[in-house]
Each structure stands twice: as structure tokens, then as C-alpha cells.
Design a protein around this ligand. Structure first.
Ligand code: OXD
Ligand code: MN
Length: 582
């Protein structure tokens, strides 16, 4: 089925191990997709939603124990544990391979084995990389078709170029005790068993485009990041691009397709990507970025005509919904959507509020990015888009200001490395605990964070027109637990300040922790946020920051010799200047 001998030998080897009834090479065609959907409708893996209101839309109800990424079962298997670092769970590659081979042994008996060639990034871009996922899940095939450039063109590129990332996946028996997501970055290989959930099973996404790609990016001198990419067009028609990293379920999709508020007439926002960004230094010394994905795998709850009208508009055709609720007339529903009411919850039971939310808090939609009303005409550009600003952000109820700018690239890397956020439903485990999540990559960096920060720092020598680095926090709460900043489309006001900083048309108040906007420089016209609230959002609480800096220092030290001395020095400078300003 392919002229690439390595690929055909590997497919044969996997078939011998897993013993499927048949092997199907995916071509990515419409006909193939139709037969995949029909197969899943017959097996009950997909349910038809209301085809009048939502043509081409289907519902998938996952096993109730398989609804999120499983970080405690996700491993980076490198020959030396130091390479994986304290930020990853490590397993010896030989031990991991033996464990996985035992699980994969005969696991596809009675099933079809699908071979999915895919390309991460525009099919003709030199920044893109290919992979092949072997899976026994038609749900994975249908999702990979939306999330990547999948099928014949990807196989042709693999045959032209030779190399590809190998991903082997089986849903197994969905037993949480027999579930592992293993990465072998030294061999550009992924093995995932026992889960059908997106982040565990759509191997092009987190496993390839972040964990394996970040490892590759370090050796090859580029960056693979957990970032959205968005273009902001001003009324003069000039577009500037921003890449922004936020932890899972902190509003990346909303920011990527924000609609500017009425106080910003003539401004437009163009979506390039909502989750992953690969960046390289261009010949002009700027960072150029592509979105390796071709679709959105977005969090449904909270998506509404107020929070994200663009997302809602793209979700009424050709989308797969996973673990949402349904209304009496069989439309998809989730908490926060609108005034319709759910009748069946995400498990398919009659909705009873006593059983918890109707839609699972991590219920998702999968939809091609080209359906988005704000889809950028540069999303397929082979060279990518030039990045003017990098924005880091976390979910912090207190302390961290609405926005600040780093004083230098090195200080910006420190801002990214010291990011922290309250945990969300995107991963299994307790929700709402503050944890350090450097560059929003805690679950996704495929190697030691200490080396990853050194890699980030090295860009100061690699490029002379680097983007400016900012940190934002949309999630501050007042004493009564209410959000202090309106968020969503109104975040445009902060983006506006960021862009004015990039143009050199706004000034700053220099503080120990970073450069903050001057009062009046974040526009409040058209919203009812009082200037005092903005002032509170831009205050620097010296005592609380001193405690935060100590925690950051302790955190950086956890990476021992791998932690770059330059970052510790930068932190000492911040502490000294905070002390001096007290
Ligand atoms: C995602 C995640 O699915 O970050 O994007 O968990
Ligand atoms: Mn993500």
C-alpha cells in the first residue's frame, strides 16, 4: 500500500502483533468518511443529532471512565531519566515497550486496523511534519480527518520525504487499569493503549505536535508550543499576529476567535489556530508560526453567543460532539449554551440535576478550522505568519495583574517559566488547585523543563527581531468571588494595549515584576468596569509577590543542574528590585 518500505514493514509488524481481521489504509476521502460514520452509527459509537438544525453533526458518548487526559498514566520514555526531567513521568524504554507489547498482543482481534497517514501543518509547508497513526478506532479516524491533513496527500509527502512519527493506538478494553500513553522521543514514536479520549487517542495532537515535536524542536532549533495563533487587523487594514499560551480550558479557543466589542469599530480578528503553534526563526530575524492542526477539539461548556459567537456559528454543521447533553428535539446542549433545556445527560440518562451537570465539564466538539467565521486566509500559508507578541496567561484568582510586559526576552522567559494556574476538568484529578504550568506546557513538554527553558533563552542569540513577551490574567476575583474583568470579547482592550506596546505608541509604569499599563491606557469606554477596579487589577502587592517569588525560586531549583543559571539570575534581579521598592 506504500512505496515507503519502513512504513510498510512497520504496518506488517503491528498487524502481526495486534492480529486485526483486516487492515484499512485511510485515504481521507469523503466516501471513506461516510462509510466510517455509517459504521459508527450502526455500532452505536455515534448517534445522529437533529439533522435539520445540525446537518452532518453526531454525538459520541464515551465510556464514563474515559473523559479526559490521564497525566498520571502518560510517560516519556528516554534512555536517561534526566532527559525526561521531573516534569514528566519516566519509564525505561525497554520496560515500557515490553509492557505495551503485552497489551497490544492480539488486541485488534475481531477489529479493523486503520492506518492513518497525516501531516501536521499545511501540506506544502517546510515547517510541517508527518506522522502515521495506526488505530482500531473509527472515532479516531473520523476525528483525525478533521484535526489533521489526513490521507493520500500526507502519504505522498511521507513517500517523498521518508521520515514520519509512528503512533500506535488501541482503545483496548477501556480498562483504566490497563491504560498508558507512552512517548519514545528518541525514536519519534508514540504508543497509546486503553483510552479513546482526544488528548490520549488523537496522536497527532498532544502526543506528536507537542511532546514529540518539542523534543525534536530542541534538537533542530525551533519551538513547539501550547499556543493559539491569532491575527488582529486594525481599521487601517494592518494585521499583527499574536501567539498565546494558556493552560487547558482557560479560554484559548475564545481568544483565538474573539469578536472585537462595539467600542472597536473596524477591528477584525483572524483565527490561525487555537491550541498548538510551531515557530521558527525566519530569514528576517522574526519568529514565523504555523498551526500544525486543521481542526478544533474545543471545550463545549461555557461556549455561548455571548462568550464565543464564532464558535457557536461553526458548530451547526459537520461537527462531532463528545459527551454533551441533548435537548428534546435532539440538539446538542451544554451548560451555558442558551435557554433550551437538556433532556438527556452526557451518559444518555434522563437529565436530573441531582446527578451533576448535563454535559460533562470536559465535553468537546471537533470541527474543521475552515468552518470558523474568523478563519484566517493565512492559515494555510506555507511560510506561516510573523509573530509580534507572545502572551502567557494563567487562571489566578488573586495576585497576578491583568497584564504586564516583560523587560527583556530573558525576563519574558522567566514570566513563562513561572506561570501557574488553577487546574481544570481537561485532565483527570482535582479541579481548582494552583499548580506551576510553565508556558502552559506542564503536561506536554517532551523533555526536561530545565533544558526547555535554556532552549527558550537561546533564541535571544538566534534572532534579532523577537516578539515582545507579555503575561495576562483574565481570572482575578474580588472579595465576593466575582470576576473583576469582563473577559471574552472585552479582552480586546488588553490586546489593544499589547499591540500599542509593539508599535511603540504606549508607555508603561515600570515595576519590579514587569511593565504595567499607565492608568487610562487600557480603554474602559463601553464597559461598566470602574477605573478603581482596573487600578486594583494593576496593583503590585509587594508582600504577596515576595512570597510568590520565593515559591518560583524553589520551583526552578527542582530542576537542579538543568535549570538555567540565567533564569535564577533574572529572578534574583526581580527580587532585589522588589526589595528595593518596598
Ligand atoms: C486540549 C488540552 O485538549 O489542552 O487542548 O487538554
Ligand atoms: Mn490544549
Amino acid at each position: 500500500m506504500t512505496s515507503n518500505e519502513t512504513l510498510s514493514a512497520w504496518v506488517d509488524e503491528v498487524a502481526r502483533l495486534t492480529r486485526p481481521d483486516s487492515v484499512h489504509w485511510c485515504d481521507g476521502s469523503e466516501t471513506e468518511n461516510r462509510s466510517m460514520v455509517n459504521l459508527m452509527l450502526e455500532s452505536g459509537d455515534l448517534l445522529e443529532l437533529n439533522q435539520e438544525t445540525h446537518p452532518g453533526c453526531y454525538l459520541h458518548r464515551s465510556d464514563p471512565s474515559d473523559v479526559a487526559r490521564v497525566e498520571h498514566l502518560t510517560f516519556v520514555c528516554t534512555s536517561d531519566p534526566e532527559t525526561a526531567g521531573p516534569n514528566n513521568h519516566w519509564m525505561d524504554p525497554a520496560e515500557a515497550r515490553a509492557k505495551m507489547s503485552a497489551l497490544f498482543d492480539g488486541c485488534m482481534e475481531g477489529r479493523t486496523m486503520y492506518v492513518i497517514p497525516y501531516c501536521m501543518g499545511p501540506i506544502d509547508s517546510p515547517l510541517s511534519r508527518c506522522g502515521v497513526e495506526i488505530t482500531d478506532s473509527p472515532y479516531v479516524v473520523a476525528n483525525m480527518r478533521m484535526m489533521t491533513r489526513m490521507g493520500a496527500p500526507a502519504l505522498a509527502r511521507i513517500e517523498r520525504e521518508g521520515g514520519f512519527v509512528r503512533g500506535l493506538h488501541s482503545t483496548g478494553d477501556l480498562d483504566p487499569e490497563r491504560r498508558f500513553i507512552m512517548h519514545f522521543p528518541e525514536d519519534l514514536e508514540i504508543q497509546s493503549f486503553g483510552s479513546g479520549y482526544g488528548g490520549n487517542a488523537l496522536l497527532g495532537k498532544k502526543c506528536h505536535a507537542l511532546r514529540i515535536a518539542s523534543y525534536q524542536a530542541r534538537t533542530e532549533g525551533w519551538l513547539a508550543e501550547h499556543m493559539l495563533i491569532v491575527g488582529i487587523e486594525n481599521p487601517q487594514g494592518e494585521v499583527r499576529y499574536i501567539a498565546a499560551a494558556f493552560p487547558s480550558a482557560c479560554g484559548k479557543t475564545n481568544l483565538a476567535m474573539l469578536i472585537p466589542p462595539e467600542s472597536y469599530p473596524g477591528w477584525k480578528v483572524w483565527t490561525v489556530g487555537d491550541d498548538i503553534c510551531w515557530m521558527r526563526v525566519g530569514e528576517d530575524g522574526r519568529l514565523w508560526a504555523i498551526n500544525p492542526e486543521a481542526g478544533f477539539f474545543g471545550v463545549a461548556p461555557g461556549t455561548s453567543k455571548d462568550t464565543n459567537p464564532n464558535a457557536l456559528a461553526m458548530l451547526n454543521r459537520d461537527a462531532i460532539f463528545t459527551n454533551v447533553a441533548v435537548t428534546a428535539d435532539n440538539q446538542p446542549w451544554w451548560e451555558g449554551k442558551d435557554d433550551q433545556a437538556p433532556v438527556k445527560d452526557w451518559k444518555g440518562q434522563d437529565f436530573d440535576p441531582a446527578n451533576g451537570p448535563a454535559a460533562h465539564p470536559n465535553s468537546r466538539f471537533t470541527v474543521p478550522i475552515s468552518h470558523c467565521p474568523s478563519y484566517s486566509d493565512q492559515a494555510e500559508a506555507a511560510q506561516g505568519v510573523p509573530i509580534s507578541a507572545i502572551v502567557f496567561g494563567g487562571r489566578r484568582e488573586s495576585l497576578v495583574p491583568l497584564v504586564m510586559e516583560s523587560k527583556s526576552w530573558r525576563h519574558g522567559v522567566l514570566l513563562g517559566a513561572s506561570m501557574a494556574s488553577e487546574t481544570t476538568a481537561a485532565a483527570t484529578g482535582a479541579v481548582g488547585n494552583v499548580r506551576r504550568d510553565p508556558m502552559a506546557m506542564k503536561p506536554f513538554a517532551g523533555y526536561n523543563f530545565g533544558d526547555y527553558w535554556s532552549h527558550w533563552l537561546s533564541f535571544a542569540e538566534r534572532a534579532d527581531k523577537l516578539p515582545r513577551i507579555f503575561h495576562v490574567n483574565w481570572f482575578r476575583k474580588d472579595a465576593d468571588g466575582r470576576f473583576m474583568w469582563p473577559g471574552f470579547g472585552e479582552n480586546m482592550r488588553v490586546i489593544d494595549w499589547i499591540l500599542r506596546r509593539c508599535e511603540g505608541t504606549a508607555d508603561v509604569r515600570e515595576t519590579a515584576i514587569g511593565n504595567l499599563p499607565l492608568p487610562g491606557d487600557v480603554r474602559l469606554d463601553g464597559i461598566d468596569t470602574p477605573p478603581e477596579t482596573l487600578q486594583a487589577l494593576l496593583e503590585v502587592d509587594q508582600g504577596a509577590w515576595a512570597a510568590e517569588l520565593e515559591q518560583i525560586a524553589a520551583y526552578l531549583q527542582e530542576y537542579g543542574d538543568h535549570s538555567p543559571p540565567a533564569l535564577a539570575e533574572e529572578l534574583r534581579n526581580v527580587s532585589a528590585s522588589l526589595g528595593a521598592s518596598q
